[in-house]
Design a protein around this ligand. Structure first.
Ligand SMILES: O=C(O)CCC(=O)C(=O)O
Length: 271
């Protein structure tokens, strides 16, 4: 998949891009099945009782077929189209969400450094927990950032419920749709049930300059297996992701793996 100029402009301006129907019904069926096995076997899903979010790391890294999402030309075209073909894959999270998430950005880098690719596995509307974003809020000059407005305080500040925060939009979902957003973009979900299934892939630019590399070290010192004190047995990624990787996939694993192992030698891949 190659993004059009319009799509790239849209992403750069509004901080997100939605690709409806990126995966077919047949494809999303196996993705859901693999996700369910993963969250049940590795992700604490068996204990999920809906009182809080169940979350686990590296959702696509535990089973060979899910790992191939990182080889998928559409996924690579989407990510590569916004942050460069040689992007770094940097893990992700798999979830049974319960309730609202509230407004937040995932980063405050002040520029396009990292992105999140989101896969929602249930049909979600604006009333039942679909993703919401504040378009343009990745930009340091956007009013929520420039004026330090907390959209979660919308009721107190403006008499408007946070879920209806002015200028925000709801991206209703049919499984198979994929949304990518800049980590700096404010996003949220309101009105979802107690088992909202969703997983993500986080990616960063492949860093070449000293200042970009410094940012990546900073990012991985927190957002990585070692940063979360998790011993995958294979460093930055769970073993299946690394052991089933071909040369093409390794391009997307290498930089984060190396920096991770330097930052967290106690959790480094042994061989
Ligand atoms: O669907 C949601 O709850 C939003 C996802 C989210 O907050 C996140 O991935 O950081």
């Amino acid at each position: 998949m190659k993004l059009t100029e319009h799509q790239v402009n849209f992403f750069n301006t509004f901080g997100y891009l939605s690709i409806p129907g990126m995966f077919t019904l047949n494809e999303i069926e196996w993705i859901i099945e693999e996700f369910e096995i993963t969250i049940q076997e590795y992700g604490g899903g068996k204990k999920h009782d809906g009182t809080h979010r169940t979350m686990f790391g590296g959702p696509i890294e535990h089973r060979p077929r899910l790992c191939t999402l990182l080889d998928d030309e559409r996924v690579k075209g989407l990510i590569g189209g916004v942050i460069g073909k040689d992007f770094n894959y940097a893990g992700g999270d798999g979830n049974y969400y319960s309730g609202d998430t509230g407004w937040h950005p995932d980063g405050n880098w002040g520029r396009l450094f990292s992105i999140k690719v989101t896969f929602y596995l249930d049909h979600l509307t604006r009333e039942t927990g679909c993703l919401r974003v504040i378009p343009g809020s990745q930009n340091p000059t956007h009013f929520v950032r420039a004026r330090q407005i907390d959209p979660n305080q919308s009721q107190e500040l403006f008499g408007i419920s946070p879920k209806d925060f002015p200028t925000s939009i709801a991206i209703e979902n049919t499984p198979g749709d994929v949304v990518i957003f800049n980590h700096d973009t404010y996003h949220a979900s309101f009105g979802g049930g107690k088992r909202r299934r969703m997983f993500t892939m986080n990616c960063t630019q492949n860093c070449k300059t000293e200042s970009d590399l410094e940012t990546l070290y900073q990012y991985l010192s927190v957002h990585s297996a070692g940063g979360y004190n998790i011993d995958t047995g294979a460093g930055m990624f769970f073993p299946t992701m690394v052991d089933t990787a071909n040369e093409q996939r390794r391009i997307h694993l290498q930089q984060c793996s190396e920096i991770h192992d330097e930052l967290f030698p106690q959790y480094a891949r042994k061989s």
